[in-house]
Design a protein around this ligand. Structure first.
Ligand SMILES: Nc1nc2c(c(=O)[nH]1)N[C@H]1C(S)=C(S)[C@@H](COP(=O)(O)OP(=O)(O)OC[C@H]3O[C@@H](n4cnc5c(=O)[nH]c(N)nc54)[C@H](O)[C@@H]3O)O[C@H]1N2
Ligand SMILES: Nc1nc2c(c(=O)[nH]1)N[C@H]1C(S)=C(S)[C@@H](COP(=O)(O)OP(=O)(O)OC[C@H]3O[C@@H](n4cnc5c(=O)[nH]c(N)nc54)[C@H](O)[C@@H]3O)O[C@H]1N2
Ligand code: SF4
Ligand SMILES: [Mo]
Length: 682
């Protein structure tokens, strides 16, 4: 890569939703931390420290590419946009605006996401979604419904005041490392207790006082049993229930019929451990919940979170410091991508597209009214490629690796009439593109991202994009002009100002106000820096009360047949999502090379598998071949792989049964057969 002079400027890590401040360091020639609003001592995890590797990587896209006779060839920006303009015009004229689908990016800025969703809506469609759909959409649906806001109820700072952490379906020691080390660990060291609900023992479990190794897909029986113990043993906060909830009598009646031992057995955990966990949570002065993908990524993900929400409502653990329900969000801007309207059902600031007043308010700012019909969600749209969906604009997402039932996803992408991929590397998804637009990474652009505890933080440019690559916002601006004639504001700051006018929760924020700190939403309602603890006097719904709810167990979509195991998937510290960025870092690859299948010693022995053996993992959707790690860390009957690699591509095995409310797929429970791969098959 040619020399590009760089200078240090405060930006934000391109990886997870913690939102650590990073910048270029002239002496080291790599990224270092600065004292940001979250990593207040400038601390970073290995991914943040390796973030410069992707800036300088020799595989970066530096020139637009267009497909000619099946092959990708270099083109000028003019040529690439001429093709895009022609094809969009043709497809929209022929099939209408709803024949186009936009993937917006949880790894890109608020300004970029805001502009792309506005462009989609100007074109006349709400078909825009981002991989928040695959992530916490079920959490957002349940919390939105019960509390009126699908975001962390508390701030990282005040959560350190908790007496007990209930961490379920999340592994913050690896997935949110700076939160774990700088917020959770100091609290644990000064006496906070931790319950960890996870089918595997992992780095988070090491800090736990109680580990409940739940059977994947059986969180509802576990949580109902915990609620039953809380009610039965008089641990309910009666004053809170009276004042701030509805539906207690019905829930109490339902829980009274629950056989706690039987439900613990159904969930695959020791009943005494479960009771101890319920007591620890129920007796705490302040108990805080952290929730992750183990809860959200099921075809009953919304119901899982509904069951979880009963616990803080029964015990008065919401609306004050050190409590609440706290989804640890995924990418550096997955919170913001939703906040600014990169979703098919809501406008900027979570205003419903079906709400006439909300559309009118946005029209005041935009000069046109957005369409009223909710659009398609991400996996729904992919399923319809080649049918009513004919074209896609894929901005900063890699669905060929990340979406479930990957063999089917490939077939669907092949059916598109026209596909634009706007990325920084030639990803597996880019292989299906007709036009590829070379964008910019974190260090090459300016804008804002919103982290997991609702803090809007600024990114500043450190270096120019390589070759003919362009800042993402410039590309999106030209795209908007070419396909809709829209004249978007020129600078990130001007786009942000427009966003703050369109999204009530961001009203009053400014670049100047954020500076090298942050502003937190909901901004207009709170103190100078925004409101840290939500739902203090009334819930986000506007009501003083939130409903308690009876939730029944839902069986996983895949039923197990004899000899089959449950495959659950997830993450490790050193890699990130589809690996598009992390696999390109030499440092991170040296820390963790190829993927492995974690399998319990008993399950391995029953199949004649020894540690390190290569195995086939298969079901009716696909087969992958992978080496094993035989370990008691994973529960009997369950195996675990990451999805950080395009090969082996684990999502060939995961199913696309969707949660009826949030449309999240069931990444955390697939039935598979595991067999030793003998030399004879090769
Ligand atoms: N290092 C690293 N950090 C990341 C990412 C990354 O790829 N790598 N990705 C980012 C993104 S996009 C996201 S969304 C977050 C996700 O962060 P997490 O939610 O922590 O991610 P996962 O590892 O997918 O799932 C968490 C845990 O759920 C457990 N689990 C599996 N099945 C079940 C179940 O049925 N019930 C319960 N209770 N637990 C279960 C798994 O064993 C796993 O340890 O991380 C973000 N941070
Ligand atoms: N089996 C299984 N599958 C899963 C999950 C699971 O737990 N198990 N988790 C799901 C979840 S929670 C998520 S969030 C998804 C993640 O799925 P994706 O969002 O598809 O994963 P990423 O690897 O984060 O992809 C980001 C893309 O954006 C590009 N990119 C990064 N930064 C920039 C930038 O600044 N500009 C531009 N233009 N492009 C950029 C990268 O090159 C990459 O192609 O995967 C889902 N898939
Ligand atoms: S904790 Fe997350 S935001 Fe912080 S350095 Fe690591 S990956 Fe980046
Ligand atoms: Mo995610």
């Amino acid at each position: 890569m040619s020399e590009r002079p760089a200078e240090p400027n405060e930006s934000v890590c391109p990886y997870c939703g913690v939102g650590c401040g990073i910048k270029y360091d002239t002496d080291r020639g790599s990224a270092v931390g600065w004292k940001g609003p979250v990593n207040t001592k400038g601390e970073l995890c290995p991914k943040g420290a390796a973030a410069w590797d992707v800036v300088e990587h020799e595989d970066r896209l530096t020139q637009p590419l267009v497909r000619v006779n099946g092959r990708l060839v270099e083109a000028t920006w003019e040529e690439a946009f001429d093709i895009i303009e022609r094809e969009f015009d043709h497809i929209v004229t022929e099939h209408g605006p709803d024949s186009v689908f936009f993937f917006t990016s949880s790894g890109c800025t608020n300004e970029e996401n805001y502009l792309l969703q506005k462009t989609a809506r100007k074109l006349g469609t709400n078909n825009i979604d981002n991989c928040a759909r695959l992530c916490h959409s079920s959490t957002v649906a349940a919390m939105g419904n019960r509390f009126g806001a699908g975001a962390m109820t508390n701030s990282l700072e005040d959560l350190m005041e908790a007496d007990v952490f209930l961490v379920t379906g999340a592994n913050p020691a690896e997935q949110h490392p700076v939160i774990f080390r700088s917020y959770l660990l100091p609290a644990l060291k000064s006496g906070t207790k931790m319950i960890h609900v996870d089918p595997r023992e992992n780095a988070t479990t090491k800090g736990a006082d109680i580990h409940l190794p739940v059977k994947p897909g059986f969180d509802i029986p576990l949580l109902n049993a915990m609620a039953a113990v809380i009610v039965e043993e008089g641990l309910v906060d009666e004053a809170f229930v009276e004042e701030r909830t509805t539906g207690f009598d019905e829930l109490r009646e339902y829980l009274a019929d629950i056989d706690v031992d039987a439900e613990a057995a159904r969930a695959g955990v020791d009943p005494e451990d479960l009771k101890a966990a319920a007591r620890l949570y129920g007796e705490a002065g302040r108990a805080a919940i952290f929730t992750g993908m183990g809860m959200s990524q099921h075809h009953c993900g919304t119901d899982n979170v509904h069951t979880l929400i009963n616990l803080p409502l029964l015990t008065g653990n919401v609306g004050k410091a050190g409590t609440g329900v706290n989804p640890l969000r995924g990418q550096n801007n997955v919170q913001g991508a939703g906040d600014v309207g990169g979703l098919p059902n809501v406008l900027p600031g979570y205003q419903d597209v079906t709400d006439e007043d909300a559309r009118a308010a946005v029209a005041e700012v935009w000069g046109f009214e957005p369409p009223a019909l909710p659009g398609l969600t991400e996996v729904e749209a992919t399923h319809r490629f080649g049918d009513d969906v004919r074209a896609a604009y894929v901005f900063g997402e890699n669905p060929i690796v990340g979406e479930p039932n990957a063999n089917q996803v490939r077939k669907q992408f092949e059916k598109l009439d026209f596909c634009v991929v706007h990325d920084v590397f030639l990803t597996e998804t880019a292989e299906y593109a007709d036009v590829i637009l070379p964008g910019s990474v974190w260090a090459e652009k300016s804008g804002t991202v919103t982290n997991t505890d609702r803090q809007v933080i600024r990114m500043r440019k450190n270096v120019d994009p390589p070759g003919n690559a362009r800042p993402d916002l410039d590309i999106l601006r030209e795209f908007a002009a070419r396909v809709t004639g829209m004249d978007a504001p020129e600078t990130p700051e001007a786009v942000f100002d427009e966003l703050c006018a369109a999204a009530p929760i961001y009203a009053g924020m400014s670049y100047e106000g954020i500076g090298t700190g942050s502003q937190r939403w909901p901004f207009s309602e709170g103190a100078a820096e925004g409101m840290a603890v939500l739902h203090t006097d009334t819930f986000g719904t506007g009501s003083k009360t939130a409903p308690l709810r009876v939730v029944e167990h839902v069986d996983p979509a895949d039923q197990l047949e004899d000899g089959e195991l449950v495959l659950t998937t997830g993450r490790v510290l050193q890699h990130f999502n589809t690996g598009a960025l992390s696999r390109r870092s030499g440092v991170l690859m040296r820390m963790r090379g190829e993927d492995v299948l974690q399998i319990h010693p008993d399950d391995a022995a029953a199949r004649g598998i020894e540690d390190g053996d290569e195995v086939h993992v298969e079901n009716e959707r696909g087969t992958v071949t992978v080496a094993t790690e035989v370990t008691p860390a994973v529960r009997r009957g369950t195996v675990f792989m990451t999805f950080h690699y395009a090969d082996p591509l684990v999502n060939q095995l995961t199913g696309d049964a969707l949660d009826p409310t949030s449309k999240i797929p069931e990444y955390k429970h697939s039935a598979v057969r595991v067999t030793v791969s003998s030399e004879a098959d090769d």
